[in-house]
Design a binder for this molecule. Structure first.
Ligand code: CAA
Length: 407
């Protein structure tokens, strides 16, 4: 029996900021972002979207397609949690009307946790092949205005249905891990932007790649030359290219810039327009590969490298299943990206600086998203989510009044 990804879908926030606009405001050459980082746009959350609504939007097509009866576990990977206690997956459980007899947890280890979720999901399905696992990764990358990290912000969610006899990708047994306690990127509980030692974080990523790869080889992993394609965690597109160059050199292959960009081109596409989506990023990269590569990848192995600062790395591989193209949602994903709204710099900073209710006073959010689910209000310290089709209120809102009389 083999297990793996039977279905996969992603969701990008409704708003985006062009990095050319950001460069102009930050007094930078736009090519630093477009060519130097390999990024063109970054996703920005409307005020009524967050990790929960993005997750529900990403998972909806998977549930609409095959129903919910077999899904008995939901693993929600994020480093942008909305509650210190309650798993974000529980909100998704209600929004998607999932089965009551199931387990739901939230996993955290920076951008790595979705890979832990995927491995756990495969083990659960191996234990009981009748059951399926829904893995969702949803994140918002925030660094602070006018910091070096600002151009590598973004957001997005990906949902994967893990089953026996999957239609898209089967998981190889071999995998290699590397962990080390370092301070390359972190976010204390009292902060809503990440702290990062940017150059060190890139070095740490490459070090984790090297040692994860070595471990992968020692556990019976496939040789470098036999892997048809590669997917990397993408804090920004160029990081994937740096990683591939490094992995090739470790394996004594010297690739030209052209060969590197040709190999990775199809996998970098979606991330280029949504930016860093932390835990979701590697799997949006994988989806981009499946939907945009011009070759028939049937029966071909793909190598994947997952990296979460702090740090944990994992190299593993999956095999693309024959006929995978029949289940592609490429058109829907392109339409979704196409229908997003470009915002100007002022609106971006307004959304960035939005003050959230922290005192229990009601904060009703105006409808901004075109997505299927939204955050309608924060009331008595509770987040109130609703399907957009069920919105009853048309209240006018002053989103910045919630701090009045808080204390
Ligand atoms: N035209 C073309 N290229 C240009 C250019 C121009 N006018 N100006 C600069 N560049 C190039 C630079 O040469 C550089 O390329 P190389 O790396 O190939 O040398 C690239 O653009 C970036 O320029 P800088 O190195 O000067 O950029 P910076 O120091 O201002 O910021 C960064 C870059 C450190 C990555 C910063 O964006 C950052 O801190 N980002 C957040 C941290 C991050 O993403 N780390 C990645 C690894 S950690 C991880 O993966 C986990 C995670 O998700 C956070």
């Amino acid at each position: 029996m083999f297990v793996g990804i039977d279905d996969i879908s992603f969701y990008a926030s409704d708003f985006y900021l062009s990095l050319a606009t950001l460069a102009q405001h930050n007094g930078k050459d736009p090519n630093k972002y477009l060519q130097g980082l390999g990024q063109h746009q970054m996703g920005v959350l409307p005020c009524d979207e967050d990790i929960v609504t993005m997750a529900a939007n990403a998972a909806y097509p998977l549930v609409a397609n095959k129903g919910t009866d077999k899904i008995r576990t939901l693993l929600f990977a994020t480093e942008s949690g909305v509650d210190q206690s309650k798993a974000a997956g529980l909100y998704v459980h209600r929004l998607l009307n999932l089965h009551q007899n199931m387990r739901i947890i939230e996993l955290k280890q920076a951008c790595y946790s979705a890979t832990a979720a995927l491995q756990m999901a495969c083990a659960l399905v191996e234990k009981n092949p009748q059951h399926e696992v829904l893995v969702i990764a949803s994140d918002v990358a925030r660094y602070g205005l006018n910091t070096p990290g600002e151009a590598t912000q973004g957001c997005g969610a990906v949902a994967m249905r893990i089953t026996a006899q999957p239609r898209l990708l089967s998981m190889d047994a071999a995998c290699g891990c590397y962990s080390e306690e370092i301070m390359d990127f972190w976010r204390p509980n009292y902060m809503d932007t990440a702290l990062v030692d940017g150059k060190f974080s890139a070095q740490a990523y490459l070090k984790a790649l090297k040692y994860s790869w070595n471990d992968y080889q020692q556990t019976g992993g496939r040789p470098f030359a036999s892997l048809a394609r590669f997917c990397y965690h993408l804090p920004f597109g160029k990081m994937g290219e740096k990683a591939h160059r490094k992995l090739a050199l470790i394996n004594k292959f010297s690739l030209t810039e052209e060969e590197i960009s040709d190999t990775l081109l199809s996998s970098l596409l979606y991330n280029r327009y949504i930016g860093n989506s932390y835990a979701a990023s590697l799997y949006i990269c994988l989806l981009s590969l499946l939907e945009n590569d011009e070759s028939d990848l049937s029966g071909k192995p793909v190598g994947l490298f997952s990296y979460g600062s702090g740090c944990v790395g994992e190299f593993f591989s999956m095999e693309v299943q024959p006929g995978y193209q029949a289940f592609s949602r490429k058109q829907q994903h392109f339409d979704m990206l196409e229908k997003r709204t470009e915002i100007d710099y002022q609106r971006y900073t307004e959304l960035f600086n939005l003050q959230w209710s922290t005192c229990g006073k009601e904060m009703i959010l105006p409808k901004q998203t075109k997505g299927r689910y939204r955050l309608g209000a924060i009331r008595n310290h509770q987040r109130i989510y609703e399907p957009v089709s069920e919105i009853k209120t048309t209240s006018k809102v002053n989103m910045n009044t919630q701090t009045d009389n808080c204390y």
